[in-house]
Design a protein around this ligand. Sequence first.
Ligand SMILES: [Zn+2]
Length: 212
Amino acid sequence: MSNAIAPPDYSAVMSRILNRPDPYCPWSDLRRRHGIDLRWHSADDNMGFDFAPQAVTAFDQLAISISVGLSQVVMRLSLAHELVHLDRGPVTSDRTDAEENKVDRMAVQRLVDPVIYDALSLGGRQIPPHERVRLLQASAECLRIYEGWRAGVSFKTALSRYEQYGPHRWPEWPAPWIATKSQEWPMAARFAQAAPRHVARSLSASGRTIDA
Ligand SMILES: [Zn+2]
């Protein structure tokens, strides 16, 4: 009789996660979004909020600022979150909380491969947390948000949201909302000719221009 713990059987998991397509990369997405200004702020800088944000989008400057010192997987979620903000544009202050939840969900849908997620979940008791993080490139917060969303949707829905974007399929850029700000913001004016004409309408003048 032995007290040794049996090694995990990864064979079933491996058969599912091999040959998956390359994932959506927020850094590649950022690189091809011309006109975005990437900045960095210190970890204790609250950037005007009542907490120190991991990342902030200043819509009127088309700028993203990321806190230094974040881990790779935390930064990956933070950047993806801000890029979703740039896709959707500013919202009024009364919609901020709902918008943050929506943006969080949209970000994790782009980041977490449902095939790998489900494969690791099926063998969850055998897969150490650090291996789940490595294989999914997802922080604990990312997985928490994703888990909550996946509980209410089918695998088919999760797969379609994930495969919506990838190394060769990107969100529309410049985002249509930017053209609506070309009269107010110098940065947005640069995109006035590039954006579709049918969306060139005014947003609420009371919209927030900065969001964490
Ligand atoms: Zn946000």
